[in-house]
Design a binder for this molecule. Structure first.
Ligand SMILES: [Zn+2]
Length: 83
């Protein structure tokens, strides 16, 4: 997806700021897709790096909110497809 399109969609689905620090505490540093711990010393595109995953993808109208986000590995998030 083009950068500009993503930004526009993000604005439309925006509910509240979602920070990694809060998700880490809530999800206890664990990937909610595979259940394995996330390695915070790694950065994308390392497959073990942490990402904020939208349970229902932004492209499918999912909101950007704590309710619709979870901690996930870069690998798991990428396998799921649409972010
Ligand atoms: Zn995972």
């Amino acid at each position: 997806m083009k950068r500009k399109a993503r930004k526009l969609m993000f604005r439309r689905n925006y509910v509240e700021p979602v920070t990694m620090a809060v998700l880490r505490r809530r999800d206890q540093d664990t990937c909610r897709i595979c259940g394995e711990p996330v390695d915070f010393s790694k950065r994308q595109p390392d497959p073990r790096a942490a990402t904020i995953d939208h349970v229902r993808a932004l492209t499918r109208g999912g909101p950007h909110s704590y309710e619709n986000t979870q901690l996930a590995h870069y690998r798991c998030n990428a396998e799921k497809g649409a972010c």
